[in-house]
Write a protein of this length. Structure first.
Length: 389
């Protein structure tokens, strides 16, 4: 059977561990014939969004054919906003003859071509996921009332009659499908993001932990905290974490920060990173994040949700994260502690009881290690995504 993944609502980034990368990887491992139709939107070598040069088709790192298509040049900026492509998606589907179409995000006008194909090919099964919620979308009047409540809702309803299941990748994104796009609740299900089983296994090797810690002069008995991801004006809480660790009067409590930083915050990051207790190591490749997190005793994400949250749960590492409505699914009974404000004091008070590997910490670690990958394995998630009906 053939599965086509459609990545036209947003980016597709080779070498990353987003759901758009992991589901195709594990569908192929399950024995399906897999291909990907994607936009030219990607990330550059510094982890910043970019538009790739136009190219046709290539084989990615998992042996999966990827076809990249450009926006329709005739409409220029409008085509980028509404995601109208200079390619006949309908003819592509006719040629490929998929048994299953997995659409990553319904927010693109060219979804009408997929709806046409589905109408004419009743046997095809269609699944749609959603990565939008009120923390990353519909954050102003125009976005909420024009784009999401009219244009993208229209796209969702074009494909809805032919869709077996709509998936929200967070509980908050399940709610978004129903409240904003008015998709019937019985057609919506939670499909969590997760961790790459292969990478989790590789990173568990004790030599990986030792290598990372030695590279940054972290002693065996040091309590190492790691955080990572983009540092921008919507995730400035990373600065609070750096201040909190500096204020903890324990020499063995150390912090490593990785990720890209917007220009206006770089001086602040440099000031807070002393190179010993707090180290900022810059941007790293997404695939290397597994090794860095594996070297940590505790991972802290004091700002907005990112895909790293589910990855770290899957790696079996205790976490402290910011509490957001609709993201508490990562708590498996005690592996996670939540922050409810944005203060140095709260972060510091959350870390201190854990730093000496107390009974509280040990309990967090046991729950994380026994339940993490059980719930957040991408192999299991991939199976659920197209074989759950």
């Amino acid at each position: 059977m053939k599965v086509i993944h459609i990545c036209l609502a947003c980016f597709y980034i080779d070498g990353y561990a987003y759901q758009e990368n992991m589901l195709p990887k594990y569908h192929k491992k399950m024995g399906y014939e897999v291909s990907i139709l994607a936009s030219l939107v990607s990330y550059d070598e510094k982890g910043q969004p970019c538009l790739l040069e136009e190219r046709d088709e290539y084989i990615n790192e998992y042996g999966i054919p990827v076809k990249r298509i450009p926006y329709r040049a005739k409409f220029s900026s409008i085509a980028k906003i509404l995601r109208i492509y200079n390619h006949n998606t309908y003819n592509y589907l006719i040629k490929e003859k998929p048994d299953i179409i997995f659409i990553h995000g319904c927010q693109f006008l060219d979804i009408k071509h997929i709806a046409r194909y589905a109408k004419e090919n009743k046997r095809v099964k269609i699944y749609v996921d959603n990565h939008s919620d009120f923390s990353n979308s519909a954050t102003n009047w125009l976005s909420k009332n024009i784009f999401h409540k009219i244009i993208w809702k229209y796209c969702a309803h074009l494909i809805e009659p032919f869709t077996k299941k709509f998936y929200g990748v967070l509980p908050a994104r399940v709610d978004f499908l129903n409240k904003i796009y008015k998709i019937p609740k019985e057609k919506i299900k939670l499909l969590v993001m997760g961790a790459d089983d292969d990478k989790v296994l590789d990173a568990k090797d004790e030599s990986v932990r030792k290598m990372i810690r030695e590279k940054y002069n972290i002693e065996k008995d040091d309590f190492l905290i790691i955080t990572g991801g983009k540092i921008d004006n919507s995730k400035k809480q990373t600065l609070l974490l750096m201040q909190a660790v500096q204020q903890i009067n324990k020499k063995n409590v150390k912090l490593i920060v990785f990720g890209s930083v917007v220009e206006e915050l770089r001086d602040k990051i440099k000031t807070l990173a002393d190179g010993v207790k707090v180290q900022y190591i810059g941007w790293i490749f997404s695939e290397d994040s597994y090794n860095y997190f594996a070297a940590a005793d505790l991972v802290v994400f004091p700002g907005r949700h990112s895909v790293f949250w589910e990855q770290v749960v899957g790696q079996g590492i205790p976490m402290i994260v910011k509490h957001w409505d609709g993201t508490t699914h990562i708590n498996l009974g005690g592996n996670v502690k939540f922050l409810y404000g944005d203060s140095v004091e709260e972060i510091k008070n959350s870390i201190v009881p854990l730093h000496n590997k107390s009974d509280i910490y040990k309990n967090m670690r046991i729950i994380a290690e026994t339940k993490g990958l059980e719930e957040f394995s991408y192999l299991k998630i991939a199976k659920k995504s197209i074989e759950s009906l």
